[in-house]
Write a protein that binds this ligand. Structure first.
Ligand code: PLP
Length: 409
């Protein structure tokens, strides 16, 4: 993968929080899988919205409302272009990935799931791509089936044909595992599912910020992601859905904006995308997300991908030199999360000692308890990288782990 070498020192100046000191030490922020830091451009856009044109959308003829509506809708176009959706009305704003998956589980489930049917997910899903399906399956008398993985954290695709039987009504799986770093073979899974006329949903929460995704080329039916993991604000996310599916499914929530006309006898629902956006949306969040996408585009997603791959390769090699380290997840295709354990040390203890050295990593089950059960571990330590991280920070992490190990063992 070729990419232009990025001027990381210059880029880091765009992110005020990266300048922070914790416990008097330079912050080393390696918890980007949980959420990313925000560039000035995004913070300024939020500020400008509230200071200069705070107003509700789609409701007023007055100038402020027009301005807010236009910024909100322009942002939708940016999101659509970012994932190459055929139409901007195929982009539904949600609260985040979790909300987007719940939307599909609820609406698709209500319309299409009946007793004896099943939903197929994978063994490495985040809880947000398990529980919503479990809930609707329980309600409809359907079952949840799982594509297993092996000890490297790779899905066992040889089992897919037998899992994709006529009872499966939808396949939903993660593009990139947040706890293992595995990049899943989306094209192959979609190909096999579509060959049996089964629609596919992708959880792209750990993917859209790391490499280009073209929903038309993938031919995916639904895709979810969160703004806050893409350098945008919290509280905003996206559901992409093919027009035919979004027109076909019933609304998720009822309320303002999602209607054309209302009488006590009957409501006529609004057209896309508003049919799925009941109530006042996260206007500033949507605008901020659009600006985050502008920012990412200004750096170039291919350049980001190349820089992050280099960083992860470096980190894997450096971490491997630590005595007693065990990586959880060794897939050949991987993205920027590295999960590991140190022999004889509980991940929480290591996380705490790293924190005291100014190093922010994530410890625990990462909302993937079935993954931890599979590996028979209580949790992992996870370092997750963004393009603004440096090899010097990796060195600080490695030295920090060694220092912690010397104390704990
Ligand atoms: N799916 C994956 C793979 C994730 O990593 C996350 C968050 O960590 C989510 C879903 C849930 O995202 P959110 O909490 O933003 O809805």
């Amino acid at each position: 993968m070729m990419g232009k070498t990025l001027d990381i020192a210059k880029i880091r100046k765009d992110f005020p929080l990266l300048e922070t000191k914790v416990y008097g030490k330079d912050l080393v922020y390696l918890d980007n899988g949980a959420t990313t830091q925000k560039p000035f451009a995004v913070l300024e856009a939020l500020d400008a919205y509230y200071k200069d044109y705070n107003s509700n959308v789609h409701r007023g003829v007055h100038i402020l409302s027009q301005k807010a509506t236009s910024a909100y809708e322009e942002s939708r176009k940016k999101v659509a272009a970012y994932i190459n959706a055929a139409h901007s009305y195929e982009v539904i704003y949600t609260k985040g990935t979790t909300d987007a998956i719940n939307l599909v589980a609820s609406t698709f489930g209500r319309k299409y799931l009946k007793e004896g049917d099943s939903i197929l997910i994978s063994a490495m899903e985040h809880h947000s791509n398990i529980v919503p399906w479990q809930m609707i399956c329980e309600e409809r008398g359907a079952t949840l089936k799982v594509i297993p993985m092996d000890k490297e954290g790779v899905l066992q695709l040889d089992l897919l044909p037998s899992l994709l039987d006529e009872r499966v009504k939808l396949v939903s799986f993660t593009y990139v595992s947040n706890s293992l770093g595995t990049v899943n073979p989306v094209r192959e899974i979609i190909r096999q599912a579509h060959a049996r006329n089964i629609p596919v949903m992708i959880d792209a929460a750990q993917a859209v910020q790391h490499f280009p995704i073209d929903v038309q080329e993938l031919d995916v039916d639904f895709m979810a992601f969160s703004g806050h993991k893409l350098y945008g604000p919290t509280g905003i996310g996206v559901l992409y859905g093919k027009e035919k599916w979004l027109n076909d499914l019933p609304p998720y929530q009822g309320g303002g904006d999602m209607i054309k006309t209302v009488t006590f006898e009957k409501t006529i629902y609004n057209e896309l995308p508003y049919k799925f956006e009941a109530g006042t949306p996260d206007i500033s969040g949507a605008i901020g997300l659009g600006v985050a996408i502008d920012y990412v585009n200004s750096i170039g997603l291919e350049n980001i991908q190349a820089a992050e791959q280099q960083l992860v390769t470096y980190a894997l090699a450096k971490l491997a030199e630590i005595e007693g380290i065990r990586f959880i997840g060794n897939a050949p295709e991987r993205s920027s999360a590295i999960s590991f354990l140190l022999e004889g040390i509980h991940p929480y203890d290591l996380g705490e000692l790293l924190d005291k050295q100014g190093i922010a990593i994530r410890t625990g089950h990462h909302c993937t308890e079935p993954v931890m059960d599979f590996f028979e571990i209580p949790g992992t330590c996870r370092a997750s990288f963004a393009f603004y991280n440096t090899t010097a920070e990796v060195d600080v992490l490695v030295a920090g782990i060694k220092r912690a190990a010397a104390i704990l063992i």
